[in-house]
Write a new protein. Structure first.
Length: 407
């Protein structure tokens, strides 16, 4: 009995699908060109270049200490880059005009609101900082508190809220003045999975309303929620693409999972022209990497049959983003270590179950966008924002290095 299935692509929101456009500098809400941030004992950001188009969600994903929070501080004007150019809403962040600051919402990584004020008082106070008049501020405060499901605790002091409620209160304060651009530094950190899903639903609503969002997170699986993903490690931009493109880039193509009726040696189909790689997952299971799973599945089945095998099932699988991120970080480490061409252009031999037969060309970094023409921006000062010459104290995303500099 043979069952073959192929995963149909899901409906994609604006900004996903097709080839990514690199010619977006004219509509780039955020533009970074070769930006570097060097602290006295640490290189926090290393030559990052990227463009964020209007009306999209860019997820900046990386481990703790990767440089995500430093990047947001650069984009909001809290830090001045050591080198490079930045533009946010067409202005340099350190020189934001008041009108530009009022178009930006910022949710910091740590709780920075007033614990002795009530939930409603905190949101109302932030609205007043942006010049909102009393009646519009009162109406908007009610709207955002209902939006983040805090209306029922509006009279509770912020210091008595749970960690998840405090994150939602921070989000409400970032939304109260109806900004066009949102910087959200790990908005789902410490939040339970159910609430995390609701926060992402709200972020999608904000995107669909035409707003641009830059969201940092340590949760690699949240890449699926973004239109485009920037993977950062050790301050370097490893990849910038849509989630589906990142999967293909990390693994070399689509993955087809095949189960056979009896023992089958995957090496028999490895050299076929449409097969880019094969991994033997077990005596009767193998994963085949191809350019296009939808069209290649019948060819894979026919190839196995022609070599004396019998296919029980064949289907396209979507690798987890944990696997994708690990592969891209490993590849980035090889590039960063200056590996020789010989070490990066080889066929990995089979070494048992799970061995991956993949022809590895030299890493392709063409998905990293060309350096855009410089614009430049500025943003509202966060209550705990560091000065321009360096951070007052290392944040959770930038641990203080030990004796030797680390990122």
């Amino acid at each position: 009995m043979l069952a073959t299935t192929s995963t149909d692509p899901r409906p994609r929101p604006p900004g996903q699908g097709g080839e990514p456009s690199q010619d977006v500098t004219t509509d780039g809400v955020i533009v970074m060109r070769d930006v570097t941030m060097q602290f006295p004992d640490q290189l926090a950001v290393d030559g990052i270049s990227l463009v964020v188009p209007r009306g999209t969600i860019l997820g900046v994903i990386g481990p703790s200490g990767a440089g995500k929070t430093t990047t947001i501080r650069l984009l909001t004007g809290a830090l001045t880059p050591t080198k490079g150019e930045i533009s946010v809403l067409g202005e340099e962040p350190r020189k934001f005009r008041r009108q530009t600051r009022e178009r930006i919402g910022y949710m910091p990584q740590r709780f920075t609101l007033y614990p002795d004020l009530t939930v409603r008082e905190n949101v109302d106070f932030v609205g007043s900082l942006f010049g909102m008049i009393f009646w519009s501020r009162r109406r908007r405060t009610g709207q955002v508190l209902k939006l983040v499901d805090l209306w029922d605790v509006r009279s509770r002091r912020a210091g008595r809220l749970s960690g998840g409620m405090q994150r939602r209160l921070e989000l409400a304060c970032a939304l109260v003045h109806d900004p066009a651009l949102l910087f959200l530094d790990e908005p789902t950190a410490g939040v339970d999975p159910m609430l995390r899903a609701r926060i992402w639903e709200e972020l999608h609503r904000q995107r669909d309303a035409g707003r641009t969002l830059l969201v940092t997170t340590q949760y690699v699986n949240e890449a699926e929620q973004c239109d485009r993903v920037a993977l950062i490690a050790d301050g370097r931009l490893l990849a910038l693409a849509t989630p589906d493109e990142l999967r293909r880039d990390a693994l070399g193509g689509d993955v087809v999972e095949v189960e056979t009726a009896a023992l089958f040696d995957s090496e028999q189909i490895f050299r076929l022209p449409f097969v880019r790689g094969v991994r033997q997952d077990g005596p009767r299971r193998l994963s085949v990497i191809v350019d296009d799973a939808a069209t290649a599945i019948p060819d894979v089945v026919q190839a196995i049959d022609s070599h004396g095998g019998e296919v029980v099932s064949a289907r396209e699988v979507r690798p987890s983003f944990d696997d994708v991120f690990a592969a891209l970080v490993e590849r980035g480490a090889v590039i960063g270590d200056g590996a020789s061409d010989a070490s990066r252009d080889e066929t990995v031999p089979a070494t048992g179950d799970g061995a991956l037969y993949v022809q590895r060309p030299a890493p392709d970094v063409s998905d990293i966008p060309d350096e855009p023409a410089g614009l430049r921006p500025d943003l509202p000062d966060a209550p705990d924002a560091p000065g321009p010459d360096g951070p007052d104290a290392p944040g959770p995303d930038e641990p203080a290095p030990p004796s030797e500099p680390t990122v």
